[in-house]
Design a protein around this ligand. Structure first.
Ligand code: DER
Length: 241
């Protein structure tokens, strides 16, 4: 089974297990979440699902959902979601996540915090013992004086030893090439924080990032996961807190 096969397996499983007709759902961003979006479209088409309202977490998920004929809305009109389904870049033993590899962390977080259930879907390569070394922590910052903000972030106590790197390239088509800063759907920059050792206290790290003027939000999703569905070589298993 390829990694994409595993991603498809968990994407479909999450929709089959957690998406019911007549509900409001959050649609995640990234290659794993894209399979869940496909599954919602497929089941709406077959009539297995009816009366779904979907809230996308990025422009590219919105565009994918539109192509599939999935009825879309916004948090302004619907901010009580029954379930949100999304991928992650890392999952620790407490089901804390690193998200933002696809540059959508702000819209993902604001949507997923509105969901009664937040279902995380990953292939087993995302499972880790501690957040940080396996995947740099994305942080969305405003472009104004971004080098100053990066310096302030590098000195935060809970982020000691991190090396902030401004993300270059194009978020919309998820390419890392180019010499211009990547711009998020919200018109901001992304800084990726590289760590050599696991973050000791992800909650404190998130609080210190959020309290930093210039930081919009960050890719540490702590205490949000309801259940994590993992696809491994031996099949699918569930990680719960
Ligand atoms: O950018 C994001 O937050 C994505 O959900 C990311 O965390 C997982 O992307 P992937 O499913 O393409 O690995």
């Amino acid at each position: 089974l390829s990694q994409d096969d595993l991603k498809r397996m968990v994407g479909y499983q999450a929709v089959d297990d957690y998406v019911k007709s007549g509900t409001v759902i959050g649609l995640g961003t990234g290659s794993t979440a894209a399979h869940a979006v496909d599954r919602v479209g497929e089941k709406l088409k077959s009539g297995e699902l009816k009366d779904i309202i979907a809230i996308p977490t990025s422009v590219r998920t919105k565009e994918q959902a539109e192509k599939l004929g999935i009825p879309l809305s916004t948090l302004d009109l619907h901010s009580d979601l029954d379930v949100a389904i999304d991928g992650a870049d890392e999952v620790d033993p407490q089901l804390n996540l690193v998200k933002g590899g696809g540059g959508a962390l702000f819209r993902e977080k604001i949507v997923e915090l509105c969901a009664k259930k937040f279902i995380v879907i990953v292939d087993e390569s995302k499972i880790c013992d501690g957040l940080g070394p396996g995947f740099p922590i994305p942080v969305e910052i405003v472009p104004f004086c971004h080098e100053h903000t990066m310096r302030v972030i590098s000195k935060l106590p809970a982020l000691k030893g991190c090396e902030p790197v401004l993300r270059l390239g194009n978020i919309a088509n998820n390419t890392a090439d180019g010499d211009k800063p990547a711009i998020t759907d919200n018109g901001n920059y992304i800084v990726d924080l590289k760590f050599k050792t696991p973050i000791k206290d992800p909650v404190a790290a998130g609080q210190q990032l959020k309290a930093t003027v210039g930081v919009v939000d960050h890719g540490l999703f702590t205490g949000m996961t309801t259940v994590c569905i993992v696809a491994g070589k031996e099949g699918i298993y569930i990680k719960e807190k």
